[in-house]
Write a protein of this length. Sequence first.
Lengths: 246, 246
Amino acid sequence: MSDSPLRIHQIREQLRQQLDAGVFDKDHKLPSERQLSELFAVSRMTLKDALSALEAEGLIYREGRRGWFVAVPRLIYNPLSRSHFHRMVEEQHRRADTEVLSIQSELASPELMRVMELEPLTPIERLTRRRSIDGRAVLLVENCLVSRYFPDILKEDLTQSLTELYRQRYGYRNSRSRFDVQPAAAPASVAKALHLSPGQMVLKIIRVNYNQAGELIDSEFEYWRHDAVCIRIDSQCRVETEAILK
Amino acid sequence: MSDSPLRIHQIREQLRQQLDAGVFDKDHKLPSERQLSELFAVSRMTLKDALSALEAEGLIYREGRRGWFVAVPRLIYNPLSRSHFHRMVEEQHRRADTEVLSIQSELASPELMRVMELEPLTPIERLTRRRSIDGRAVLLVENCLVSRYFPDILKEDLTQSLTELYRQRYGYRNSRSRFDVQPAAAPASVAKALHLSPGQMVLKIIRVNYNQAGELIDSEFEYWRHDAVCIRIDSQCRVETEAILK
DNA sequence: TAGTGGTCTAGACCACGGG
DNA sequence: CCGTGGTCTAGACCACTAC
């Protein structure tokens, strides 16, 4: 043991400078943990701690066993303007993709019954989709639709905005939404789909939507990579929304 | 080395069961890391990883060098209903406290100028307060008020709701708010005030408030312990709010 | 197959907390 | 003061990715 080698905090500062200066990254991938730990003359565990701290700051992110990458600007997401994921992303000059991962008819789980205030044995459709920005998977969405409101919905193109589909195909307008936002650990299935380490933190958004008749027609569980999104709400929109509804 | 000892995931499951069953905790403090690592026959580093995973799930939390504690229900926080922290907390049958940590007159920083769209050299008051629920520090709020709108405000009781103070003392009503919500790393000062480890993750809320004349009068930086809050927004409230304003 | 990050060990010293 | 968590080491094996 020489003096005291670089501490975790000093490594953070040094890496932060390098990142700010844009020194790293042709294709925005950082050198491997082993290379960096040699570079800074610390053990790999210590270096990982430093990288994890920068990850919490949102300066870098981790992708499965693929390595560390420099962060990308967050998507500004206004949940009051109801989905339209693709439009929102394109307005911010990014490229959006949606993949349907699974879809199945089933009965509402106890948790879902609680969230949606459903009767026992209510048939629902459960739709799981993964959404990407500029080719990077950032969001896993699980929609639970009350089947009786959506006959034959499985025959539709489900990569588009569901809101649009509701309106055009079924004549439903979204009159009211309630949503909860909270940090949470990614469930195993979500972690896998988003290339996260098991138990890594995500931003979880639970929302329930009512149609113009006040009927609770569907709910949505969103899991966002924590560094990929900034939720923006402007109470000004309320006045505009109200005006439009009239 | 016997076979393979308990892995991190198995420890998580076991601890989760113990927690759900309410086995631990007289005063809801967990045994020390060293004790637990012996109990599960793993190294302390491994045990820490397991605890960190449970922390991400929101089942336990860490307090400075004091130890690990079982989690407490999240505060349901509706930012559209504008602060009134104490009322909100008491409605949820908890006890609220507010401490003023610092207050000083200064010129707007570059970052603040950007957020609040201020002229250079604008004088502001910067007020830092710590808020607790049932004796646990969960929120650090930093308010930045444009000085010219709030003459002599430093003479007031600043532990109360600022919204109330604005209304009663200055006749300002909040006509519009915009806020951004995103996960972030706690800056050192915030980490210290909330007894967090440096760089730990928090939920950051930046909001700007306009008065009835559409003037941007103050902004607020909130840093919440990530396990202490659930943000709830109900678009239904909008109609009610609008009705009240008329 | 080579290289990556994920996990894990068995120690150690330090800074801070509370009695 | 002692016990706590925070940090750190110098190795190791494994599961997976990318080629």
